[in-house]
Design a protein around this ligand. Structure first.
Ligand SMILES: Nc1ncnc2c1ncn2[C@@H]1O[C@H](COP(=O)(O)OP(=O)(O)O)[C@@H](O)[C@H]1O
Ligand SMILES: [Mg+2]
Length: 470
């Protein structure tokens, strides 16, 4: 069987509970019995002393005969639940507290014990009293001195079964209390551990389902503790996975779609030339279109490759100092033809003749080219483009603004995504692949700069930061 958290916690806590209660029980019982034995001993000692005084005064002063002595002892026996012996200075038993005790009359007490008493000390011991009793007893012995002469002793024996019965009662009560509270504790424990282990195994099951490809699986755990937090994080993770999966699907669908239309037109035109549908005098025109389509396909694969390389960390940032104003002017020249054709009004607003920055120059060229390409492509006939650089603390900010009639905030959100294009039915949008801005964004992030787009109502403005050269 697999080791479950439930089993492990249950056993660990179980052992702790049993050990805890067990030790507590032992200590309690030890204390109880100690107290019990001590109080019994105190009682015996107290009466032993009283009897000794009575006898010492009475017997040796001649006020007490043996008959009265034995009678007194018998009463005491009943009252104390103990047997009492009186011994003389040689250790011979001459007085007992009951008829059952008469068998001991005339017997002698151990030399050793007598020695202790002779020296004026008390005896306190438990056991069979030198083999005199079959069952264990507690014995208290008191020496009798009359006129400073050792005359004998009083020995009081309390039977242990009486003591042991009380012990057993205490023992039974303690065990019962422990078993009861242990069961109760275990019951509570059971539910507490279940509260942890059940949702955990639920999470584990859900994880298996998700790893099997069912990304829509979500957890519904309301424990109000860390487990609920875990389940929430798990759901967030499942959601990201679902999104990634969706992105992946869209990505493939987009590529396939974008590959198909140029391929189809290439196939159509080449086919037409081969079977003669396209007459020889028009062939050059259609081959030109085929060439354009091929160029477009190469552009797209290059763009994809570029993006993948950046995302896989294969592109290194190599920062140098250069003039960004000069770079913008130079790149702008490449678009002169389209700018004149569309009659676009281009304005340059540089805060200074030169603006030295520290950045990866190749990437900057790519970024500016892509942004200019978009600006020129999406500006309508007779529109305008403003290229501006400005200083802000240790950064240079580049703003590229162009007229754009159909822009709204919602559109702005998605423009950075791969394959995102504006209105597909319109020619300008059809021409691109929606990779330009994704590449720009990745390159800006690589250089630890920021880029953003603003909706100016009738225009769109792209802005990005560059580190100022020192
Ligand atoms: N300067 C701009 N003016 C208006 N729309 C723009 C501009 N730049 C980007 N866009 C919008 O963002 C989309 C994504 O841009 P981009 O990633 O460069 O892809 P593409 O140029 O291939 O269409 C464009 O299709 C367009 O809808
Ligand atoms: Mg573009």
């Amino acid at each position: 069987m697999k080791k479950s958290i439930f089993r492990r916690l249950f056993i660990t806590y179980g052992i702790t509970i049993i050990l805890g209660f067990g030790i507590l029980a032992l200590v309690l019982m030890k204390l109880f019995s100690q107290y019990f034995v001590d109080s019994k001993k105190d009682l015996l000692l107290e009466y032993g002393q009283k009897i000794t005084q009575e006898i010492a005064i009475g017997l040796y002063a001649g006020r007490l005969d043996r008959e009265t002595l034995n009678q007194d002892l018998r009463i005491l026996d009943k009252f104390l639940d103990a047997r009492i012996w009186i011994i003389d200075r040689d250790g011979i038993i001459f007085g007992v507290s009951g008829t059952k005790e008469e068998q001991y009359l005339g017997q002698t007490v151990d030399k050793e014990k007598l020695g202790v008493l002779y020296r004026g000390r008390n005896i306190i011991e438990t056991g069979s009293f030198g083999g005199k009793f079959k069952e264990p007893v507690m014995t208290v012995g008191y020496p009798i001195f009359y006129n400073n002469v050792f005359e004998g002793a009083v020995l009081v024996h309390a039977s242990m079964p009486g003591i042991e019965k009380t012990f057993k009662d205490i023992y039974r009560m303690t065990v019962l209390a422990i078993v009861f509270s242990g069961l109760l504790a275990y019951g509570i424990l059971y539910f507490q551990i279940k509260r942890i282990s059940v949702p955990l195994s639920e999470i584990s099951k859900a994880a298996k389902i998700i790893s099997g490809g069912e990304f829509q699986k979500r957890l519904e755990i309301k424990t109000g503790d860390e487990i609920e937090e875990l389940a929430k994080s798990f759901n967030d993770m499942a959601e990201s996975l679902e999104k990634i999966e969706e992105n992946r699907r869209n990505f493939i669908a987009n590529i396939s779609h974008d590959l198909r239309s140029p391929m189809t037109s290439i196939k159509g035109f080449v086919g037409g030339i081969m079977d003669g549908t396209i007459p020889p005098e028009k062939q050059e025109h259609y081959l030109g279109i085929v060439m354009d389509e091929c160029q477009r396909l190469i552009k797209m694969t290059n763009g994809l490759l570029e993006l993948t390389n950046i995302q896989q960390g294969k592109v290194e940032v190599n920062k140098t100092d250069f003039d960004i104003n000069e770079l913008i002017r130079r790149k702008l020249i490449n678009f002169e033809k389209d700018i004149t054709k569309k009659n676009i009004d281009v304005m340059l607003k540089f805060f200074d003749d030169t603006a030295m920055v520290k950045a990866d120059k190749t990437m900057m060229e790519r970024i500016v080219t892509n942004l200019l390409d978009n600006a020129v492509k999406f500006t309508e006939q007779n529109g305008y483009i403003v290229l501006e650089t400005r200083e802000e603390k240790n950064k240079v900010i580049v703003d590229i603004t162009n007229t754009c009639s159909d822009i709204d905030d919602n559109k702005l959100k998605n423009i950075w995504e791969r394959f995102h294009k504006g209105d597909e039915t319109r020619g300008v949008y059809k021409s691109g692949f929606g990779l330009g801005l994704s590449i720009v964004k990745e390159m800006i992030i690589l250089q630890e700069e920021v880029i953003w787009a603003d909706n100016l109502g009738d225009a769109i403005r792209f802005s990005f930061t560059i580190e100022k050269a020192k």
